[in-house]
Design a protein around this ligand. Sequence first.
Ligand code: CTP
Length: 401
Amino acid sequence: MSLKDKNIVLGVCGSIAAYKIASLIRLLIKEGASVQVIMTREATQFITPLTLSTLSKNPVLVDYYDPKTGEWNNHVHLGLHADLMLVAPLSANTLGKFANGLCDNLLSAVYLSAKCPVYVAPAMDLDMWIHPSTTRNIALLESYGNKIIPPGKGELASGLNGEGRLAEPEDIISYLQTDLASNLPLQGKKALITAGPTYEAIDPVRFIGNHSSGKMGYAIANQLLRLGAEVTLVSGPTSLQANSSIRTIRIQSAQQMYDACAQEFAISDIIVMSAAVADYTVQNPADQKIKKKAEDFSIALKKTVDILGTLGQQKTSKQTLVGFALETNNELEHAQDKLKRKNADFIVLNSMQDKGAGFGTDTNKVTILSRDGKTINYALKTKDEVALDISNLIIEHQKSL
Ligand code: CTP
């Protein structure tokens, strides 16, 4: 699981191991995370805030109040807006505070306010680490749902040898990645998404296309990625840029979209066909630009391959297949018919009659029909929120298979 775009609050306590945090921050930034460091007063004796603010590209926070700027460091805001909180090194003193609800500095206040997953990487001398009170405090943190990144064995600052040294920065990163991934509902699932319009060439400079922006499909691809799926996006021409962790295959025509999807279909667990595929393509596209001559002009068209329908017939009992329907009249009836005809598990119905729904907008209003006969009407929402609604149905469906 990638740490890219994750907001990480990194707490640093007073411990000789604080020097390793410079490397840890560099690795987190390299992974694409954004890092807000909070140090205890004691930590500033071991490594300077200047070093950590330079590496994290963010001012380091120590106190509730910054006397220089007059700014209040809002612990509730910091705790609520983090995607994860990591405390490394966690000293025996701060461990004791966290375990018992003491709150006498900014770091312990943020800990108490945090709603996100909390990871701690303890560092202390071996006798401190095996003291019954440390064992009890660690067990308390675990009972709160916090994750303990186990300390390593080796030479300690005291000169003694044993367990208690801070886990290496690389090991902390891989612990976070593995743990975050294992909690995601679509971990291990492969998803195939189509998005955007198709362009059917008339000649080298003209095409038949439509107004699809691709926003809905891209929002679904991003959402499924966030939920742990490995995502392949087959996209028609759009100006959108997918997350770099999404494998994006760019195509132009319906036939190219079909070819790309046919390659991926059998290995995909989740298939969402949100592209606005042309129903007809040009029978004989011209090699050269067509010159205007006659007053009347017509182009012979032929049907494109129905990607959803064709792949729907090959669907196995382990796959979840979602189609879209854009209707202008008898919406529910047509969508119901599409659900059956295309052998889909869900049809997401957009009605052109709804304000704020459809092409180019950032919002959408959908009704989702499912194979088991349910019809759910959703309110007008952002496309990201609609993507989450669709993803939640997919998660439930995959669980039921
Ligand atoms: N679709 C597809 N391949 C096509 C056309 C459409 O995969 N050649 C998919 C779309 O991505 C969408 C769904 O089919 O998920 C609905 O598209 P639509 O064009 O409304 O389906 P049709 O059966 O062609 O509907 P109609 O009879 O209204 O034209």
